[in-house]
Structures are given as structure tokens and as C-alpha cells.
Design a protein around this ligand. Structure first.
Ligand code: SF4
Length: 421
């Protein structure tokens, strides 16, 4: 059952009299299960829609419309598909107690993989899910492969029932589905020869594998350290050698690098980041792959728009991971904007110092870092640290943070987006 949460004024839904609380029952006699059904079944110019209004009245509408006319409804969020695995490195186990309930959900949902690029393992797919992926052409999907060897993968996922991933991908690929994949590297388990085999298998798989990223496992103070650990610099260097060898082969044989290490892998290894050209379309930038080069490119492409900060003092607030890489980004930003930039690197006191990603910094740490900074004209905070509801990871509303600190703040992913506001 699908329920409407809001209706755009003047839209088709508004004209039909749909309101928050209206249930969308069926289209052309097909019951609607989730937002995928809604989006794909309403893709025609003509269809029969049955709704149930909040007062219980069921109404049938014959819809005729131009495709560019949006239906204009926002739907209740779908019930998230739960994960069937228990990875030792799971981020949920690394949460401190007291965070919002939603942060303790282990989601593994092919629908969100298609819609938002969330990585899914596909271990909880039922035959009907596979049918829907194929029927609705949910492509590309973002898939956590981790290892192509089924025994290693089951061990990593702590799921003895996890299906063999390569045949699973092959079946979907036969029907035109494409994949961006990731390997979360857990040292001693899926690095070394296992990483070599996994990348080789994915390369042999062919063009249906659009990209592969290798991300070093990240743990917090609360993770299961007796079961897994983060890779050493030497282990990251060894992984980079494997990745870059396959990347070179990809360029030679396919004209694209195809497999990349996350920026964090290079940082841990103490190896300089590759040049921007190898990242192609930056397919996995949201996964921390090529993020620094992407930022540099954004800044270079918008130098004229950054002029509004000339003569101002701007604080750039980030976590310890990007803090180490940020000077490479800030130099061109300072040149293009004419601003005096002040890098403010913040340690995470909620998850512990080993959590270096800016996106997991809590509001309390931002507040403490900016408490005495009335000298700044503006502070830029990492856009990944605030969710769509305006909440930081510790539940502090961004508006509350803004009211607390003595400097105007903006959340920004690319710096350029902060100028455009
Ligand atoms: S796949 Fe692993 S890391 Fe992801 S939610 Fe499930 S248990 Fe956690």
C-alpha cells in the first residue's frame, strides 16, 4: 500500500483532489507495492488509477495527460528491506548508543541501490525481486561484491546462505542490467590474492561491470575490533599496486581505467592521488573515490563565480581524512576566490578519533570547533554531514547549530554550491 504525504499545488494530483493520506491502490488493476510501481506504472499517458481517500471512499480515475505533466505526489518512504548479513565491519555495530533509531537499520535494498546509489549485496533478493529488477530495468545497480570467491564472500558477510555473486550478476546482465561495484577491503581476508582474483573476475565479466572501487574498511571505537581491523599503510600500498595494474589494463583494452582505489586508500598508504583524468565520469565520487580530484575540477570550472568571497575570511571545516588532503584543494580555491581560507580540522568525539570522514562529524563537534571563531565571515561545513531533514548525525538540527555559533555557516559539498545559494 502506498500513501501520499504531500501534493504539489496545481499538479494533476491536486486537480484530482488527492491529499496527504490518500492511498494509491492500483493502476490498470495492478496493485501498487512501492514507489517503483508508482513511477513505472504512471509512465504512460493514459491509465486507470484507483485511490482510497482518507475518509475511506474509493475512487477510480481515468487519467489522460501529457508525459511532461508530473502527477505531483510525494509518497511515504518505503519500508526498507533489511539486510540478511552480519559483517564484522558493519557500520551499525560501530554506532555509539543513543543515536536516532533510523541509524541502526541495516538496510540492503535493491530499490534504493537503483534510486539513490546505495550499495546492496543482493543476498536478500527473492525471485520476485529479480523479476522486478529485470521488468523495470533497474540499471545501473550499486553492488557490494567484496570478493568473487563465494566462500570468502560468505565469510565477510557472515552469511552462509549468500548466493554466488557472479552467476547472480550474470543473470541480471543477460537482461541488460549494469553494475557499479565496490570491494570493502578487510585486511587478511579479501586483500592480496583474493583482491587480485576479484578484480580479475570482474574484469573478465565484461562491460556490464561499469566500475569497481576498492575501499579500505572503516571502523569506529565501537566496532568489533576483536574480529576485524583496518589495513596498514603497507597493505594499502599493495592493494594500490593491484588496482593500478588492472586500471592500466582497463585503459589499454577498454579505454577507461574502470577500477579505482578510494581516496582513503591512498591517504592510508601515503601514496599521491592519481590525476583527475583516470576517474572518467567520477561514477563513485559519493563513495569517496576521486573526491579530491572532483573538488579541484569543480573549483577550476567555476573560478569566476567564486569571486563573491574576495577579501573575506572563510573557514573550511572538515574531518581529519579530508583535512590531510584539503590543502591541495584549498590552494586553487583561494586563488580563484580571493578569500583568505582557514582550514579547520575537527576530530570526531562521538565515534572516536579513528573515524576520519567529515560526513560523520556530529553537531557538537562543529559547535565546539567554531565557538570562538567570530573572526570568520563565513564557515563552510561538509554537506555530507547533514541529512535531507536538516539533521546532523547526533540529531542536532542544522538550524540549531547555526544559532549556536558566532559565524554564518553553510553546508557545502563542492564549495561552488555554497556560492550559488
Ligand atoms: S551488508 Fe554488512 S555492512 Fe551492510 S548493512 Fe548488512 S551487515 Fe551491515
Amino acid at each position: 500500500m502506498l500513501r501520499v504525504t504531500s501534493v504539489t499545488p496545481g499538479s494533476i494530483a491536486d486537480e484530482l483532489g488527492l491529499t496527504p493520506g490518500t492511498e494509491l491502490v492500483s493502476i490498470n488493476d495492478r496493485e501498487l507495492e512501492d514507489f517503483l510501481d508508482w513511477e513505472f506504472q504512471t509512465a504512460d499517458e493514459e491509465f486507470t488509477l484507483v485511490v482510497r481517500q482518507p475518509d475511506g471512499q474509493e475512487i477510480e480515475f481515468e487519467i489522460e495527460r501529457e508525459l511532461e505533466d508530473a502527477m505531483g505526489v510525494t509518497l511515504e518512504p518505503p519500508r526498507i528491506r533489511r539486510c540478511a548479513n552480519r559483517c564484522d565491519f558493519c557500520f551499525v555495530d560501530g554506532n555509539p548508543v543513543g543515536l536516532r533509531d533510523v541509524l541502526f537499520i541495516r538496510d540492503d535494498d535493491y530499490r534504493l541501490s537503483f534510486q539513490y546509489g546505495n550499495f546492496a549485496t543482493l543476498t536478500n533478493l527473492k525471485p520476485r525481486d529479480v523479476e522486478r529488477i529485470i521488468a523495470y530495468r533497474l540499471s545501473p545497480l550499486y553492488v557490494s561484491v567484496h570478493a568473487t570467491d563465494p566462500v570468502t564472500r560468505r565469510y565477510l558477510l557472515r552469511n552462509p546462505l549468500a548466493p554466488d555473486i557472479l552467476p547472480q550478476l550474470a543473470h541480471l546482465a543477460e537482461h541488460g542490467i549494469r553494475f557499479h561495484t565496490q570491494i570493502v577491503m578487510s585486511p587478511g581476508v579479501n586483500d592480496g590474492s583474493v583482491l587480485e582474483q576479484s578484480i580479475g573476475d570482474l574484469f573478465e565479466f565484461g562491460p556490464a561491470i561499469l566500475s569497481v572501487s576498492v575501499v579500505p574498511v572503516g571502523l569506529t571505537e565501537f566496532s568489533k575490533h576483536h574480529l576485524c581491523r583496518e589495513p596498514t599503510a603497507a597493505e594499502c600500498q599493495a592493494a594500490i599496486q593491484v588496482i593500478e595494474r588492472w586500471g592500466a589494463r582497463g585503459r589499454n583494452e577498454r579505454g577507461e581505467t574502470w577500477v579505482h582505489g578510494a581516496d582513503e586508500l591512498y591517504l592510508r598508504a601515503g601514496v599521491p592521488l592519481p590525476p583527475a583524468e583516470i576517474y572518467g565520469h567520477f561514477d563513485q565520487v559519493e563513495n569517496g573515490v576521486g573526491a579530491v580530484r572532483f573538488l579541484e575540477r569543480e573549483i577550476a570550472g567555476a573560478a569566476d563565480r567564486l569571486d563573491g568571497w574576495r577579501g573575506k575570511r572563510v573557514g573550511v571545516v572538515t574531518g581529519t581524512s579530508m583535512g590531510a588532503l584539503m590543502p591541495a584543494v584549498m590552494a586553487p580555491l583561494a586563488k580563484a576566490s580571493g578569500a583568505t581560507l582557514d582550514l579547520i580540522v575537527v576530530e570526531n568525539t562521538l565515534f572516536g578519533r579513528r573515524v576520519t570522514t567529515a560526513g560523520l562529524l556530529p553537531g557538537t563537534d562543529f559547535a565546539a570547533a567554531l565557538a570562538g571563531r567570530a573572526d570568520l565571515d563565513l564557515a563552510l561545513l561538509p554537506g555530507e554531514a547533514v541529512n535531507d531533514d536538516g539533521l546532523l548525525i547526533d540529531g542536532m538540527p542544522a538550524a540549531e547549530l547555526a544559532a549556536t555559533v558566532p559565524v554564518p555557516i553553510r553546508f557545502s559539498k563542492t564549495f561552488v554550491d555554497a556560492v550559488d545559494e
